[in-house]
Design a protein around this ligand. Structure first.
Ligand SMILES: Cc1ncc(COP(=O)(O)O)c(C=O)c1O
Length: 352
């Protein structure tokens, strides 16, 4: 980070008022090249622009690539804060190892990202829950069609404005014929190949009038993730105890930063059981029938916490309990927002 070379843009863009997520990017980007002989090269912050890639490069052919997603928030005190960014750096390192892409120094990368945010800080929205989304990306740039560990790579970071993109309650479509991830696969890493393959099922969910896919796994239809969110059930469990439960990190689940934070908060509150356990559609249907389900919600950086209103499953449209101000998701959303915007002091925030 101390070696950063900065080339400032001479024509700054006008910042739009409202944009679709991920369509308008800030004025600058970070790029760092790597090759097997010389290692990481000097990091560069430069005007946002296209990349030039060899047509045979391994990211384009074999999806040798990974990414991260985190946000920077403008606090009520006007200071800029990242939320637990070291967890993103750690997850990115694990994805890099699994993708056979080079290891990097997590705190040095965070230092480079901090400088990029400082340069484009006017892009962090001043009002409401909107914030700036940061997309670190690492791609294999080996200019060869051989299926092998790349000898060249490019790490880059781009940023765009983001609202909270699921504002209403979610409807999910659950059909075991599609699988997002499997044991021994790469579902616990944030690799592009995990996402492109889900679009087809996402379209089918739309044809049932649903917004996202509820991803099931195995013969017993285990609940794993919803769209690109981790899933939580707040319910009275089979033994009659109040419980907050989410599927365990068994390799099929992305270890979400929001998921971890919800577990940490709920364990600190110590008001009900908090478990990482397998959850099946059968258990969910019984709980619904016996009125033991209090709430089902998804979690992720994009939406923080998102209430789930209904699930289409086995030709039935399951209506889930409504959200109100006493729902656990509302309490968690408030607590997280207060931390992210600096209203509640917390060692989870990293000042830019
Ligand atoms: C598949 C998947 N699950 C869960 C999440 C939530 O992770 P996080 O809370 O770190 O955003 C994401 C986030 O992008 C995701 O892509």
């Amino acid at each position: 980070a101390a070696d950063l070379v900065v080339q400032l843009s001479t024509s700054l863009k006008t910042k739009p008022d409202v944009v679709d997520f991920g369509t308008v990017f800030t004025d600058h980007m970070l790029t760092v090249e790597w090759n097997a002989n010389d290692g990481w090269q000097t990091p560069l912050i430069r005007p946002f622009g296209d990349l030039s890639l060899h047509p045979a490069c391994s990211a384009l052919h074999y999806a040798v690539e990974l990414f991260e997603g985190l946000k920077v928030y403008r606090g009520d005190d006007k200071r800029l804060r990242l939320f637990r960014p070291l967890l993103n750096m750690e997850r990115m390192s694990k994805s890099a190892e699994r993708a056979c892409l080079p290891a990097f120094d997590q705190s040095e990368l965070l230092g480079c990202i901090k400088r990029l945010i400082e340069i484009d800080q006017d892009w962090v929205p001043h009002l409401g829950p909107a914030c700036l989304y940061i997309r670190p990306t690492l791609i294999g740039t080996e200019p060869s069609l051989g299926v092998k560990k790349p000898n060249r790579a490019l790490l880059y970071v781009i940023m765009c404005q983001a609202g909270s993109y699921f504002n209403t309650e979610l409807s999910l479509w659950a059909d075991p014929k599609y699988t997002r991830a499997w044991k021994g696969g790469t579902g616990d890493c944030k690799m592009g190949g995990n996402y492109g393959g889900t679009l087809f099922a996402q379209l089918e969910a739309g044809s049932y009038g649903c917004q996202q896919v509820l991803w099931l796994y195995g013969e017993d239809h285990q609940i794993t993730e919803g769209g690109t969110m981790n899933i939580f059930l707040h319910w009275i469990n089979e033994d009659g105890d109040e419980e907050l439960a989410t599927p365990p990190l068994d390799g099929t689940i992305l270890p979400g930063v929001t998921r971890q934070s919800i577990l940490d908060l709920a364990r600190k509150w110590d008001e009900f059981k908090v478990l990482e356990r397998y959850l099946t559609m059968g258990q969910l249907c019984s709980a619904l029938k016996q009125q033991r389900l209090k709430e089902m919600f998804g979690s992720g950086t994009a939406c923080r916490v998102c209430h789930i209103g209904s699930i289409v499953y086995e030709e039935k449209n399951l209506q889930l309990p409504n959200q109100d101000k006493h729902s656990l998701s509302s309490r968690i959303a408030t607590e997280l927002t207060d931390i992210q915007h600096g209203r509640s002091p917390s060692d989870w925030t990293y000042l830019v």
